[in-house]
Design a protein around this ligand. Sequence first.
Ligand code: PDD
Length: 300
Amino acid sequence: MSQNESLVMQQIVYLNGEYLPMADSKISTQDRGFLFGDGIYEVIPVYQRKLFAWPEHLQRLKNSLQAVSIPNPLNDEEWLEMLTGLVKKHPWENQFIYLQVTRGIQMQRDHMPADCLHPTIYAYTNPLKPLNAKILTHGIKVVSLEDIRWLRCDTKAITLLPNVMMKLAAKQQGADDAILISRGGKVTEGSASNVVIVKEGKLLTPPNSQHILPGVTRLVIEKVANQHHIPFIERELDLTDLQTADEIWLTSSTKEAVPVTQLDGKEVGDGRPGPVWQKLHQHYQDYKAEFIAQYTRASL
Ligand code: PDD
């Protein structure tokens, strides 16, 4: 085991009501998450030890549970208390929490869930590092790929095999990531992110639907854009829109907005992170700083 891996193993995780070292956290092989991928998850960024956009993440968690008929095992206060407790057990100012809820353990494997299962709740946290300087300066390369996923991508399900396959396919083609195109020719999202493009100073992004995850970062970007009078428009996009975009960004909780500078081997715009991204990136940092300041004022 590497030094890094052994450090990770000393991390504290939350599992079904207990905080314990990761090395001691064990779940049953009969957990439906393990056997069927029967569960949902959330990823929540934490800045200066405060959960960012928590109401939005909580709402999406509840929506995902409801969509797959897993009873919500905790109330709103208990969710917050549990995750805040986890954050406090770690030294990092900025973190990201992975939270997963599966339908629970069922001794006889059966596609049909038994009644009265107890959901398995698991959460752990990691240091959240700022985007590396290379990405900020040069952006990333993506390829467009057929979206091979199911028709309920609005649910944050743990069954991510197609996402993993598309990420691998992107890597095999020498790219960092993929932008997914539906069978109907519409842009859906990235393999683990939403897509925003810039055209003539306006931000364009596909509307929320069952084909994409309603990203919290996308929502924050909408708010920030509104504050700064940058038009934010939801509309269907196709491959030609991507090919003729001035800028393309991928947005997610762990990476905020990442500029895409190459699509299918061709430069996006002038092949460098664009001016609207530069502005939005700064506004996003200001928004985070204001969020932290508000929390600090409220606790004085
Ligand atoms: N993924 N679409 C997909 C398919 C995603 O997996 C994600 C995030 C997003 C962006 O959502 P948000 O802005 O709320 O993070 C969109 C997380 C980070 C993950 O799976 O690790």
